[in-house]
Design a protein around this ligand. Structure first.
Ligand code: ATP
Length: 367
């Protein structure tokens, strides 16, 4: 039977468990043996107990559990060739030569690096007699399939990533809670949400909760004097009888000179210039937690199934696929192309080409 490994890597995202469950059960139904690699790439490097054969019951009840039960980690050794050599040895010893990786762009880049190096790693392991010549012959190729698990929705070539909808919903619930107290005391709140490089959560939360102003990395506020522009908006809304002011700021928000815009600074501006009683709330890790929304369970399940199919139809000479979703259809496209496009956003921002950054992220919001 074909042996497939599945792992989760990078920041946890609600729905990762549903993805693992789908890979395990659909893989089994297709006659494969499925192994969960615990603790992300660290588990690949450590091997042993971290690589566990799964059966139908292993993933029972996982649809509704947040986070990732097989664990995730940031793994420095996997960024080194030595670490990846050890990982390759562990995989060969387990007889696994197909990996489904659910993570962000860093994790998927790592997976593709691993695959492109694989031939060389196998040769080296054979030369050092860490694997037999027969094993080297049997495991000449590594198949990689990527699933995007990220609350940030920061990957190109796919409309939405696993976990983003749940996280957005958590943020909306928190902002709703803040709204009631803000209204009661006629206060202003500056709410910091996750998104170091991507403003999707902040922007969508702003739309979904009717925030007064939103700060995101891809599209800094226009003009040199965003402080005055923001105060004018907040003041105008107050003049119209609004009893609360809510500003949503992404962790990675910047101005047009690429200087960070921090929640504390926004608070001071609102306090000093408008005399508003202003508080800062950093939503923090509540944004990652809890049970996945129905959409993330469905997205992870349909994409997990597609990932197994992608393994089964893979060939050594086609690029590693990334499973995405576009216009409600599950898609499969070149993984590294998606990663490169994602990196282009960061490049556009660093070159202050904000129109390009928004265009790459979502043409719908480019204007
Ligand atoms: P998030 O969106 O949550 O940041 P991510 O997958 O981008 O998720 P990273 O911390 O960038 O998170 O990567 C996770 C792990 O993937 C790293 O700790 C490392 O083990 C591996 N990895 C990342 N980049 C590479 C690379 N270029 N080569 C090899 N391994 C890598």
């Amino acid at each position: 039977a074909r042996k497939i490994g599945v792992l989760t890597s990078g920041g946890d995202a609600p729905g990762m468990n549903a993805a693992v469950r789908a890979v395990v059960r659909y893989g089994l139904s297709k006659g494969c043996d499925v192994y969960a690699v615990y603790e992300g790439y660290q588990g690949l490097v450590d091997g042993g107990k971290c690589i566990r054969k799964m059966d139908w019951k292993s993933v029972r009840g996982w649809l509704s559990i947040g986070g990732t039960t097989i664990g995730t980690a940031r793994c420095m050794p996997f960024k080194t060739r030595e670490g990846r050599l050890q990982a390759a040895e562990n995989l060969v010893k387990e007889g696994i030569s197909s990996l489904i990786v659910c993570g962000g762009d860093g994790s998927l880049t790592g997976a593709d690096v691993f695959r492109s190096e694989w031939g060389g790693l196998i040769d080296e392991l054979k030369q050092n007699e860490r694997i037999t010549p027969e094993e080297a012959d049997t495991y000449q190729h590594l198949t990689i399939v990527g699933l995007v698990g990220s609350i940030d929705n920061d990957m190109s070539s796919t409309d939405i990533t696993i976990g983003a909808i749940t996280s957005l919903h958590r943020i909306c619930e928190s902002v709703d809670s803040i709204n009631t107290t803000a209204l009661s005391h006629s206060r202003a709140f500056v709410i910091e949400v996750m998104g170091r490089h991507c403003g999707w959560l902040a922007l969508m939360a702003g739309i979904a909760t009717g925030a007064d102003f939103v700060f995101i990395p891809e599209r800094p506020p226009a003009g040199d004097d965003w402080e005055t522009a923001m105060c004018e908006v907040a003041h105008r809304h107050r003049e119209m009888g609004k009893r609360k002011t809510v500003i949503i700021v992404a962790e990675g928000a910047i101005d047009r000179s690429l200087n960070p815009i921090k929640a504390k600074h926004i608070k001071n501006i609102l306090t000093d210039r408008l005399g508003l009683d202003t508080r800062v709330t950093t939503l923090g890790h509540t944004q990652r937690g809890g049970s996945p929304a129905a959409f993330d369970r469905i997205l992870a399940t349909t994409q997990g199934v597609e990932a197994v199919d992608a393994v089964l139809r893979s060939s050594p000479d086609t690029p590693s696929p990334l499973i995405g979703i576009s216009s409600n259809k599950v898609t499969s496209g070149p993984l590294m192309k998606a990663v490169e496009l994602t990196h282009e956003v960061a490049k556009a921002i660093s070159e202050k080409n904000f129109a390009r950054a928004m265009e790459l992220r979502d043409p719908q919001f480019a204007e």
